[in-house]
Design a protein around this ligand. Structure first.
Ligand code: PMP
Length: 368
């Protein structure tokens, strides 16, 4: 018997995660789609006061139903849903949207059930499926990373998934889904499953496009997942959430661990939400920087995927690892991910993007 007696299918598997390198090794960190702007002194002070207040009752368990937080998140979402009101009973939260989606798989996946997505797609999804013994299947995206709706519908009809995971904007490609795609999949799945539109990067979408939140009144099997990690610049706080029919939230409440969201996390998130306009204030700057990055990369003669997110996928390179390494040698850490030959860069500050451009120009010369 080999020790430890881990489940056979987990033996030898490396834990998921991009390399975390120190700032000394990689001063320009553009690899995990973080927001480059730390909280202001005013936010730091308010969060610290809220944490101090929560600390006075840490002998007690936190509010299991996240009552105040769900109300505050519902109010925030109601401002980004094209006028569709979203109530607290339609909101759920957990430690990052990764945990929210794992809980969705715990409630709606499981043995004998199937979850699907369309590749290239977010690399954590197969792990949620593995960890809940859900069968995992992927369809393909088109060469511009959009969805062929007829093929997507046909896959759903053939496989009858109980969970469809649709990142929009997609990671790692940055591609947003049009509302017709969400509607087509919600209709194809019907009451036999839930369609999760993962809008981790939703707030970065281009002007004139809409969130899937607007479709909640039309499709009762639709779930829209969000996070405070990206646009809210709060990745370290670990707060993800979703909006869906109240019945879907109630189903998740069956599988969540009691007191899964600490009093400290709830206090931090509530304090941060009071500063939403300020925290979200950099989204416009990041969008501008993203569009400039897309333009600059195209000017270098590279292929660049359209992006509605805070990152850009570009390529293609015969040896992408060599390009990644040449950037790292110059202190710029990006991500070697996505289809063969492509690389992904997160959008940082203007100074960070200047460093990235200099480093890439040099790398391309060295490799040519
Ligand atoms: N969904 C997508 C598409 C992501 O890229 C990420 C983070 N990389 C997440 C969900 C999870 O983010 P978090 O757990 O920080 O909310």
């Amino acid at each position: 018997m080999t020790f430890p007696p881990i489940r056979e299918e987990l033996r030898g598997i490396e834990p998921y995660g991009a390399p975390q390198l120190s700032a000394a090794l990689a001063p320009v960190q553009l690899n995990v789609n973080e927001n480059p702007y730390p909280p202001s002194a005013a936010v730091v002070a308010d969060v610290a006061t809220a944490v101090a207040q929560a600390t006075t009752s840490l002998n007690r368990y936190p509010d299991r139903e996240l009552t105040d937080l769900r109300a505050a998140l519902a109010a925030y979402l109601s401002g980004d849903s094209g006028g569709v009101p979203i109530g607290p009973e339609q909101v759920w939260a957990a430690n990052g949207s990764n945990e929210v989606m794992l809980q969705l798989l715990q409630a709606f996946g499981g043995p004998g059930r199937t979850a699907i997505s369309f590749a290239p797609t977010y690399s954590m999804y197969p792990e949620y499926a593995r960890d809940t013994h859900t069968r995992w299947l992927t369809g393909r995206r088109e060469s511009d990373f959009s969805l062929d709706l007829d093929a997507a519908r046909a896959l759903v009809e053939a496989e009858r998934p109980s969970v469809v995971l649709l990142p929009s904007p997609n990671n790692p490609t940055g591609t947003a889904l049009p509302p017709e795609a969400v509607t087509a999949l919600c209709e194809a799945v019907g009451d036999g499953g839930v369609v999760v539109v993962d809008e981790a990067y939703g707030e970065f979408r281009r002007a004139g496009t809409q969130s899937a939140l607007e479709l909640l009144p039309v499709h009762r099997n639709l779930v829209v997942s969000r996070t405070m990690s990206k646009a809210f610049a709060l990745a370290g706080a670990r707060l993800g959430y979703l909006a869906a029919a109240a019945e879907i939230c109630d189903a998740i409440r069956v599988v969540r661990l009691p007191y899964h969201l600490s009093a400290v996390t709830q206090a931090v998130a509530l304090a941060a939400l009071r500063h939403a306009p300020e925290l979200l204030g950099r989204v416009d700057d990041l969008r501008t920087e993203r569009d400039a990055t897309v333009g600059w990369l195209r000017d270098q003669g590279l292929d660049v995927a359209e992006s509605d997110a805070n990152f850009v996928l570009f390529g293609t390179f015969a040896d992408r690892h060599a390009v990644w390494q040449a950037l790292l040698d110059q202190g710029v850490l990006i991500r070697e991910t996505g289809p063969d030959g492509w690389l992904r860069v997160s959008v940082g500050t203007a100074e960070e993007m200047t460093s990235f451009k200099h480093a890439l120009t040099r790398a391309l010369k060295e490799i040519a």
